[in-house]
Design a protein around this ligand. Structure first.
Ligand SMILES: [Cu+2]
Length: 119
């Protein structure tokens, strides 16, 4: 009987920790964080950059994450930033230090486009 309880505890605790980590890392939690070190996320999913237009304050670090099974890139149309080829779950970050509109696209699938508006 005692042995059975130990087994339950050893399984339950890691599951609870994993759930807490998931909650802490949730993008929606971070998006509501209005602290000075601003972060924003673009998710690449099903050949779409989401959100297609992301509006952020100057100084924001934007992180693109490829959630597709297919490689993608995030490359600024004006040459401001350029990711490497991102495989599944790989990320690329760029910090926008000047206000402006930054269109970008995927060099592998040029019809995939998005825009970061920095103000
Ligand atoms: Cu692509």
């Amino acid at each position: 009987m005692k042995r059975n309880n130990v087994w339950v505890a050893s399984v339950t605790v890691p599951v609870m920790i994993a759930m807490l980590l998931l909650l802490a890392g949730s993008p929606s939690v971070r998006a509501n964080d209005h602290s000075s070190a601003a972060n924003a996320a673009v998710k690449i999913d099903n050949f779409v950059f989401g959100p297609q237009t992301l509006t952020v304050p100057v100084g924001t670090t934007v992180t693109w994450t490829n959630s597709d099974d297919i490689p993608h890139t995030s490359v600024s149309t004006d040459g401001v930033f350029k990711s490497k080829v991102l495989d599944t779950d790989e990320k690329f970050s760029y910090t926008f230090t000047k206000a402006g509109t930054y269109p970008y696209y995927c060099t592998i699938h040029p019809k995939m486009t998005g825009k970061v508006v920095v103000q």
